[in-house]
Design a protein around this ligand. Structure first.
Ligand SMILES: Cc1cc2nc3c(=O)[nH]c(=O)nc-3n(C[C@H](O)[C@H](O)[C@H](O)COP(=O)(O)OP(=O)(O)OC[C@H]3O[C@@H](n4cnc5c(N)ncnc54)[C@H](O)[C@@H]3O)c2cc1C
Length: 136
């Protein structure tokens, strides 16, 4: 058993049976074959969205930016990339994600229902702070 985890609200605190930090798709597949699990990003959910008494997969090792199209502003990145890292990389080029929460300390996979797909890679971050497609 691992130590207790919590979300941003620090309640509830739940200790998973196993907490692993896979570094490859094969390691994720291996964990999935063992049974039900929940993925965890940077733990900034307010409540228990990334908690389990069973198997928890810390996805923060998947933090590579895979591609960037300067014409469209489209970024493909692994789900463990922090929003803040994306901003650090692309704001100097004039691009900013057009959908963001109130903190940059979330992974791309965490807010995935709103920002991108819940896979290890996702597409996000068009240019412009007010409308998709415009440069900031
Ligand atoms: C200060 C603050 C301000 C915020 N402001 C806003 C706001 O303005 N608007 C808003 O909508 N939200 C806001 N949030 C909430 C935050 O955006 C979400 O809770 C976000 O999901 C947290 O991302 P995380 O990486 O910490 O994910 P976690 O909390 O670790 O996980 C969130 C969910 O995503 C799943 N998940 C994580 N990674 C993966 C993955 N790789 N594959 C599949 N599933 C995965 C988890 O299982 C869990 O269900 C705020 C949070 C904080 C702390």
């Amino acid at each position: 058993m691992s130590g207790p985890l919590s979300g941003w609200g620090r309640y509830p605190k739940i200790a998973p049976d196993t907490l692993t930090r896979p570094r490859s798709d094969a390691a994720v597949a291996e964990a999935m074959a063992k049974g039900p699990l929940i993925a965890r990003g940077n733990g900034r959910s307010y409540g228990d969205a990334a908690l389990s008494e069973g198997q928890v997969l810390d996805m923060t090792a998947f933090r590579h930016i895979l591609s960037f199209d300067p014409e469209t502003g489209l970024v493909e990145a692994e789900a463990g990339v922090l929003l803040g890292d994306l901003i650090t990389a692309f704001l100097p080029l004039g691009f900013f994600p057009f959908v963001t929460p109130g903190t940059k300390l979330v992974t791309l996979g965490g807010p995935s229902p709103r920002m991108c797909t819940a896979r290890t890679t996702c597409a996000t971050a068009r240019s412009g702070t007010t409308s998709p497609g415009s440069r900031s």
